[in-house]
Design a protein around this ligand. Structure first.
Ligand SMILES: C[S@@+](CC[C@H](N)C(=O)[O-])C[C@H]1O[C@@H](n2cnc3c(N)ncnc32)[C@H](O)[C@@H]1O
Length: 383
């Protein structure tokens, strides 16, 4: 049951006054309010702290935050907004609404949205918040399998973001271990919609995904500031011969890189010793495993079969990743106590070990890359 006592002005003032307080210590205190426990207060404080980074659109008066697990399971407003830009239509349904961050954004280009969520307390919070935000929806608290058994409605888009924890709260990555089990319901989902969109863990293997989802026609690998957050699978009834993959790095001012699934198998890379520019692909490219495709597409040469670093004499500014002008140096040219971003790729020492060995400081604007070319170990320093 939603405790609306949280929203009284005195409780809200107390929450605002304690946004930076040590929450472990706060929990040991007795609540100054009769109708609100200290646990409930701490939940609201945590919610606001998470919202500041993950979904600032909810930092509004009257918004209620759910327990931490539900906050952790939510998408960020940035990735939700990206997905929202890919779809439009009349009716959308989110079968695993959770805290409703995805649903809120995904509904923007639709006339109607339905939210299904098995956790009725959570859905009650979402309904309350959407009222505050002036957003209309149909809220159904039910297991989605039961809903699917009764449903007669057709939707343009069915969206799912399955829960990734099993009963022991371990993270799981196979589709049959998720809740719901996508493999069991995929046919039903495709029969009631034009398109099914499923958000999955960044750890999921793309080849595995394609092998178990026959309707898949698009895969987006979404990074936010170079941290891969989501793999999103798009399914339709119509069999597509080619699956399009998109590598996206949001908030980093980089172009999306699109390639046909399977292209890596036919792509061959050329090799070279370092030329003027060194290229470090972003993590969505690395996750896609398109080490040769990326080299061919930008006319770059690889340094070594196992070193995912690339080089060219001319600068390829559209490359999805970092481009650094560098030169080869030897040990003696690295001054003690100087400051570098240290990168180690296909090199026996880890950055921490390199830092100790050469007495270096972390950070700054200069780079040192410890790696291997086909000729052997090399050190590259930014110019
Ligand atoms: C990862 S969260 C969704 C987060 C959401 N996309 C967001 O951005 O806030 C998954 C949700 O699916 C719900 N869920 C899992 N299995 C379900 C089922 N069989 N029926 C209905 N809801 C389910 C869980 O209770 C959980 O709240």
């Amino acid at each position: 049951m939603l405790n609306t006592n949280i929203l009284t002005q005195t409780v809200q003032d107390y929450i605002n006054a304690n946004l930076n307080t040590d929450l472990h210590r706060l929990l040991l205190k007795k609540s100054p309010f009769s109708g609100v426990s200290m646990q409930e207060i701490v939940q609201q404080i945590k919610g606001r702290q998470v919202a500041q980074k993950k979904f600032p659109f909810l930092l509004k008066e009257g918004i209620i935050f759910p327990p931490q697990l539900n906050l952790e399971q939510s998408s960020s407003e940035k990735t939700a907004a990206y997905k929202s830009g890919l779809i439009k239509g009349k009716k959308i349904i989110d079968l695993t609404s959770g805290f409703g961050i995805d649903a809120y954004y995904l509904s923007q280009n639709f006339e109607q949205i339905t939210l299904i969520e098995q956790n009725s307390d959570l859905l009650e919070i979402v309904e309350h918040n959407w009222n505050i935000l002036g957003k209309k929806a149909t809220f159904i608290s039910q297991k989605l399998e039961e809903f699917l058994d009764q449903n007669q409605e057709f939707f343009d888009v069915v969206y799912l973001d399955p829960a990734r924890r099993d009963d022991q709260k371990n993270k799981v990555f196979l589709l049959e271990d998720l809740s719901p089990n996508i493999l069991e319901i995929q046919e039903k989902l495709l029969s009631m919609s034009e398109q099914v969109i499923i958000k999955l863990s960044p750890l999921i293997d793309l080849k595995y995904l394609v092998s178990v989802l026959p309707g898949i026609f698009r895969i987006d690998i979404i990074a936010l500031k170079n941290d891969v957050k989501e793999i999103v699978a798009f399914l339709s009834k119509e069999k597509t011969l080619a699956i399009t993959c998109n590598c996206v790095n949001l908030e980093n001012d980089e172009n999306t890189f699109t390639f046909p699934f399977g292209a890596e198998e036919d792509a061959l890379a050329e090799y070279s010793e370092p030329e003027k520019y060194i290229y470090i692909p972003n993590n969505s490219i690395l996750k896609a495993g398109i080490f040769n495709v990326i080299a061919k597409s930008f006319n770059l040469k690889k340094l070594h079969p196992n070193t995912h670093l690339y080089t060219s004499q001319e600068k390829k500014i559209d490359f999805p990743g970092r481009i650094i002008e560098m030169e080869i140096v030897d040990n003696k040219q690295i001054k003690k106590k100087s400051q570098f971003n240290i990168i180690s790729k296909n090199y026996p020492l880890k950055p921490e070990e390199i830092k100790k060995k050469y007495h270096l400081k972390d950070g700054g604007n200069s780079y040192l890359i410890f790696t291997q070319s086909k000729k052997g170990k090399i050190i590259l320093k930014s110019i």
